[in-house]
Design a protein around this ligand. Structure first.
Ligand SMILES: Cc1cc2nc3c(=O)[nH]c(=O)nc-3n(C[C@H](O)[C@H](O)[C@H](O)COP(=O)(O)OP(=O)(O)OC[C@H]3O[C@@H](n4cnc5c(N)ncnc54)[C@H](O)[C@@H]3O)c2cc1C
Length: 256
């Protein structure tokens, strides 16, 4: 309900189940009202309480969607995530968290158990666009988005998905059109954000002929910057033909 000052409460969701999809990806099933789940994605602003905080002070949301934080300590961090699946009819929302070891969101996911709560405040599109030929490139943080893009692609779609993960144990089953090749790239002993696998793989691709083409890229910011430059330069892609954004920054916290 909106208060006289135009502020409404954030949507609070409750953890129903937690499962490890791979050694470094934890899937958290959240439940909430149909309206909250419908509004929470595909990209979602998560409000993550500090682990062990029994009473986080949630912010509120202004009419224009702005998040209005309480004054003083509140124990809540804002991070962007992807609803891997959302089903308003059953009030279920799935989020895959990379357990990278540091940071409020990864720590929250590592400790998540049924009954725990987090909140959502606003959502955005993935930035993808249907095209006859797709180039998708991302690391573990982008797999939820890439899985949605592939699942939504019409059967006749062609292209390649370049997927950087630590090793074979981190590969996931993805539903994709038969004409889209899934190419898993293994970082091995290199740390996340420490490889040039995605940039090298894109550099090794010839630009497909024609203009019915879309490239979607998300990974560590430095890797994305290199790939973006290649797609804009060598491939000559205009703004409407690609979406390339850093999903995280090596050595830097995201959000507030
Ligand atoms: C639109 C969007 C959608 C996203 N969707 C997802 C998603 O579905 N699942 C998901 O797991 N992530 C996703 N991310 C990435 C996620 O928001 C970041 O990884 C974020 O930094 C995690 O917050 P944190 O509190 O755990 O760590 P922060 O407090 O932000 O960072 C703490 C430290 O951890 C490091 N770090 C952050 N992420 C990683 C990582 N993946 N690997 C290694 N080190 C890291 C930082 O460099 C920093 O040193 C998405 C990002 C965006 C912008």
């Amino acid at each position: 309900m909106t208060s006289p000052d135009g502020l409404r409460p954030v949507d609070v969701l409750t953890v129903a189940a937690v499962a490890d999809v791979t050694p470094s990806v934890r899937r958290v099933l959240l439940t909430g009202t149909a309206a909250a789940v419908a509004a929470a994605g595909p990209t979602v602003n998560l409000l993550v309480p500090r682990v062990g905080d029994p009473a986080p002070r949630w912010p509120q949301v202004a009419r224009d969607g702005r998040i209005v934080w309480p004054i003083g300590a509140h124990g809540v961090s804002l991070r962007s995530y992807t609803a891997r699946r959302q089903d308003p009819a059953t009030g279920r929302l799935e989020i895959d968290f990379v357990l990278h070891g540091d940071g409020p969101a990864a720590s929250w996911a590592a400790a998540a158990a049924p009954g725990a709560q987090l909140a959502v405040a606003g959502a955005a599109a993935l930035g993808d666009r249907p095209a006859g030929r797709l180039l998708l490139a991302g690391d573990e943080t982008a797999l939820p988005a890439i899985s949605r893009i592939l699942a939504a692609a019409p059967e006749g779609t062609r292209g390649v998905a370049l997927l950087e993960v630590a090793g074979p144990e981190e590969e996931q089953d993805l539903v994709a059109p038969a004409g889209v090749e899934l190419r898993w790239l293994h970082r091995g002993t290199l740390p996340p954000g420490g490889s040039t696998l995605l940039a090298d793989a894109v550099a090794g691709l010839d630009r497909p002929a024609g203009e019915d083409l879309f490239a979607w890229v998300a990974a560590e910011s430095g890797a994305v910057r290199t790939v973006r430059a290649d797609l804009r330069g060598r491939w000559g892609l205009g703004r409407a033909q690609h979406h390339a954004i850093g999903y995280w920054r090596l050595g830097r916290a995201m959000g507030g």
